[in-house]
Design a binder for this molecule. Structure first.
Ligand SMILES: [Zn+2]
Length: 71
């Protein structure tokens, strides 16, 4: 089972909607993010955090369901 802290998550850039990848372990309110498409700087919002957390929860459940035997 992969460690969540070593996974990447993506947040949509508020300017160009490009999904910008960040480390799951770096996710926290106000984290400064730089879009790798348009170069815009923005900070993670509570809304982003909630959505990311939900995604990680879903991922964890999926991993449990399908990855039980794998290393
Ligand atoms: Zn952008």
């Amino acid at each position: 089972m992969p460690r969540l802290s070593e996974m990447d998550v993506s947040v949509p850039c508020p300017k160009c909607r490009h999904p910008t990848r960040i480390k799951a372990r770096d996710v926290r309110p106000g984290l400064p993010v730089e879009c790798d498409a348009c170069g815009a700087s923005f900070a993670l919002t509570e809304e982003d955090l909630e959505r990311l957390q939900k995604g990680l929860d879903d991922l964890t459940q999926t991993t449990r369901k399908f990855g039980g035997r794998s290393a």
